[in-house]
Ligand binder design. Structure first.
Ligand code: PMP
Length: 394
């Protein structure tokens, strides 16, 4: 039987990580994988998370199953974090999922169950896993223009023109903040225009929010998601706790389905629980528990916010340093977008041959599309990267 299996394409970023590990040069710089690293190159356990873990060690009395939707306290805490008071709690159906990826996967499945003919509109480019999951599920995708290579910003005119093709019943996938892989984001005026367009067309928005707190702050980063949830009749939201709580391997996420028609709540909640049951039954609890402990305790929450803010402002400082270093060396503003981008990533917009040369000649590793992980840098390596970019003639 196994002889009928075809070899699957390798994940490019994971393959790049392996090449990086095998590189003997001690000056090597990893700007590939999407994990936050502090200036020492470590992905730390956040202080509040560690403390929540200590408290939970004492308090946990059973390892019996939770509910199919996960612990309700986790859903409540995350709904409040992501949606604030944008929509009443009883308009939100939600289930805990294994990471943001699990939430994305379940959201697509729910969409397919509701409308087998659905087309999912995705930004060009988007997080590659969106495309591969949609392909795996046999769902039709339509790319809409998003990144403007020449300015490093959003091609908003192109985006609106392409979204003009949306039909009633289609889904439009949007990144809530900190677009992966480009780092370029819509402003709120543009988001409102997209909301109007989706409502005119009768399309359903789906928001993937995996970096809340990494861009302009916890509240600002949620503003677009809140505006969509409040402004559209129905919204799907896949939220990840991997980055902003630093609990990548705990696999912690939440899928929310918001419906302004309260009559939809029970059936949607039932379908989300059904999907969990079919795919893995009960969702993982440990990471979700840590999140609800942190968010539910004033002291831990305050400390978490302080540390998250340090992470965010540290990345912003690196962005500014890189943009000004590139400005100095190139004598132009053409890399100014690096300081405008938000989140962990920026797409530099340099040719694949130059990305290869940066790796071969300078031991600098970035994804083939020239996406860099800003958190892979520190004050000392920013000038090294800037010089190398100019050296290869980018
Ligand atoms: N969406 C986007 C856009 C992402 O970048 C990520 C993380 N790479 C995720 C979702 C989900 O991450 P996880 O499954 O680790 O929570």
């Amino acid at each position: 039987m196994f002889e009928h299996l075809k070899e699957q394409p390798k994940d490019k970023i994971l393959a790049l990580m392996q090449t990086y590990r095998d590189d003997p040069r001690d000056t090597k710089i990893d700007l590939g994988v999407g994990v936050y690293k502090n200036p020492q190159g470590v992905t730390p356990i956040m202080r509040a998370v560690k403390e929540a873990e200590r408290r939970w060690w004492d308090d946990e009395t059973t390892k019996a199953y939770t509910g199919l939707a996960g612990d309700p306290a986790f859903a409540d805490a995350m709904i409040a974090l992501v949606l604030g008071d944008a929509v009443p709690r009883d308009q939100v159906a939600a289930v805990a999922t294994p990471g943001g990826t699990g939430a994305v996967r379940q959201a697509f499945e729910l969409v397919k169950m509701a409308n087998p003919q659905v087309r999912v509109f995705v930004s060009d480019p988007t997080w590659p896993n969106h495309l591969s999951i949609l392909k795996h599920l046999g769902m039709e995708t339509v790319a809409y223009r998003y990144f403007d290579e020449s300015s490093g910003g959003v091609d908003f005119e192109g985006m609106i023109e392409d979204l003009g093709q949306v039909r009633a019943g289609d889904v439009v996938l949007l990144h809530g903040c900190c677009h992966n892989p480009t780092g370029a984001n819509l402003n709120m005026v543009q988001f409102r225009a997209v909301i109007d367009l989706m409502n005119d067309k009768g399309a359903t928005p789906m928001i993937d929010i995996a970096y809340q707190g990494f861009g302009d702050g916890l509240e600002a980063d949620a503003a677009a998601t809140r505006a969509v949830a409040a402004g559209c009749p129905e919204t799907l939201i896949a939220a990840s706790c991997s980055k902003n709580f630093g609990i990548y391997r705990e696999r912690t996420g939440l899928l929310m389905a918001v419906a302004q028609d309260k009559g939809m709540h029970a059936v949607t909640q039932g379908n989300l629980a059904y999907l969990n049951r079919q795919n893995y039954s009960f969702p993982p609890d440990h990471g979700a528990r840590l999140v609800s402990i942190v968010l539910g305790n004033d002291d831990l929450r305050a400390d978490w916010q302080t540390e998250l803010e340090e992470v965010r402002t540290g990345m912003l400082a690196l962005r500014e340093q890189l943009a000004s270093e590139l400005q100095r060396l190139s004598g132009s503003d053409r890399f100014g977008f690096v300081a405008q981008h938000r989140g962990m990533f920026s797409r530099l917009g340099i040719a694949p041959e130059l990305v290869d040369r940066l790796r071969d000649e300078h031991a600098i590793y970035m994804v083939g599309d020239s996406r860099i992980n800003i958190a892979g840098l520190n004050k000392e390596t920013v000038p090294v990267l800037a010089r190398a970019i100019i050296d290869v003639g980018a």
